[in-house]
Design a protein around this ligand. Structure first.
Ligand SMILES: CC(C)(COP(=O)(O)OP(=O)(O)OC[C@H]1O[C@@H](n2cnc3c(N)ncnc32)[C@H](O)[C@@H]1OP(=O)(O)O)[C@@H](O)C(=O)NCCC(=O)NCCS
Length: 380
């Protein structure tokens, strides 16, 4: 008798509940996203990235002392082994930052004092370390590929401010720091999205945090997931440089049955609550930086796609113009997603390993009927 269950999974596992989790709550019909029960709108308004990390990793909001302790630990971990800097320096000039990040995160395990330990405290320590290190990797690679020196972090600054300092070589304005901080809060976790699922599957084999994170980065890269923010800006750039009408351009994409990056979502059937903040930030930052065209183009595209296809903008659509106004290169947009999502990935790995069972589903076999004959090679 076959051990296959009778129910067949829908394509893309749509609607399948694959685990229990206490980290992230989503109501796709009402457009609700909450970390540990706290609405994302409240976090975006009142919290900061470090506090959000604490919430994800420890399951509650920190006291002032707990938050300061976490900030100190993040600051202590803001260092990279010289061998990692050499690896970044030796990456071929054409290497995409997302690919360099994937390889460098894997290499970080060589120098991690707790690489082989999978107990709870070691995993929390690795979550903190990886969060500090991933931000450094993205910024340091960008500087090295531009022939600029790597910048030293500043322990007195926030995680967001440190990232912008390490990237640009100067302390960011409070507006830029807060904008990035909100973007990091909004991207921090999203339940069983593709990259988090990949991380949990890898962790569940009792592999390790670095392997799980490397799997997650590989999954995040694709244009149907984190790669969409970069794809959005590439379209905006093309429209801008060619002088095309944004609506006509997108109409042309739809006529060719192409998907418009930054629209649609597997779970949300209404406004993605993260897009609400990113739209506002994009508008404010585009205006303040004297580049209103990026927001205006985006807004026209959004109105058209909504009217034509009934599709809502997702988290990636307005993050593209937001990051651009912060002076960030387009091929860093998806790595910045990882700078934030490392908090969620690691929270899920910790949760998985605290109560683990191997994740090993089945496939509905549709191949040639069993038993098919084995035909010797000279008779084929
Ligand atoms: C996010 C996404 C992958 C979800 O995919 P999904 O749940 O598998 O939905 P499907 O791709 O099956 O799309 C369902 C229908 O909506 C259409 N659709 C979905 N997203 C679309 C988009 N961005 N542009 C145009 N049409 C889209 C599909 O063509 C399909 O239409 P059909 O039924 O006539 O064939 C999908 O919306 C997408 O590719 N979006 C663009 C990439 C993106 O922004 N990703 C980041 C997500 S946060």
């Amino acid at each position: 008798m076959s051990s296959l269950p009778t129910t067949q999974a829908p394509k893309g596992l749509e609607g399948v509940v694959a685990t229990t989790s206490k980290i992230c709550y989503i109501d796709g019909d009402r457009g609700v996203l909450a970390y540990r029960g706290i609405d994302i709108h409240e976090l975006a308004q009142h919290s900061n990235f470090e506090e959000t990390c604490y919430l994800l990793w420890f399951g509650k909001l920190p006291t002032r002392k707990e938050l300061n302790d976490l900030r100190e630990r993040l600051a202590q971990e803001r260092k990279l082994d010289p061998a990692i800097i050499t690896l970044l320096r030796n990456a071929p000039k054409h290497a995409l930052p997302m690919d360099v990040l994937r390889t460098a995160v894997s290499a970080l395990s060589f120098y991690d004092p707790q690489e082989t330990s999978n107990d709870h405290d070691a995993n929390v320590a690795k979550a903190i370390r990886l969060t500090s290190q991933i931000a450094m990797l993205v910024a340091a690679y960008d500087r090295l590929r531009k022939g600029q020196p790597v910048v030293e972090p500043d322990a007195s600054l926030s995680h967001s401010a440190n990232f912008l300092l390490l990237l640009n070589g100067k302390k960011p304005s409070p507006t830029a720091e807060r904008a990035l901080d909100i973007a990091l809060i909004l991207h921090a976790d999203h339940e069983l999205n593709a990259s988090t699922f990949a991380a949990r599957v890898t962790a569940a084999t009792l592999s390790d945090m670095h392997s799980a994170t490397t799997s997650a980065i590989g999954a995040l890269k694709g244009p149907l997931h984190g790669g969409a923010n970069e794809a959005v800006f590439r379209i905006l750039e093309t429209i801008h440089s060619s002088g095309a009408d944004p609506v006509e351009y997108v109409k042309g994409m739809l006529a060719q049955k192409k998907k418009v990056p930054g629209f649609g979502h597997r779970v949300y059937h209404t406004e993605d609550p993260r897009a609400t903040h990113l739209r506002r930030m994009s508008k404010e930052l585009c205006q303040a930086s004297g580049q209103p065209e990026w927001y205006e183009m985006s807004s026209r595209i959004e109105q058209f796609v909504k009217a034509e296809k009934k599709l809502n903008a997702n988290v990636d659509f307005y993050s593209a113009s937001t990051y651009h106004t912060l002076g960030i290169d387009v091929d860093l947009f998806t790595p910045i997603f990882a700078v934030s999502r490392i908090s969620g990935w690691t929270a899920h790995v910790i949760e998985q390993l605290d109560d683990n069972r191997l994740i090993r589903p089945r496939a509905d076999y549709l191949g040639p009927e069993y038993p098919a004959a084995y035909i010797p090679i000279d008779q084929r």
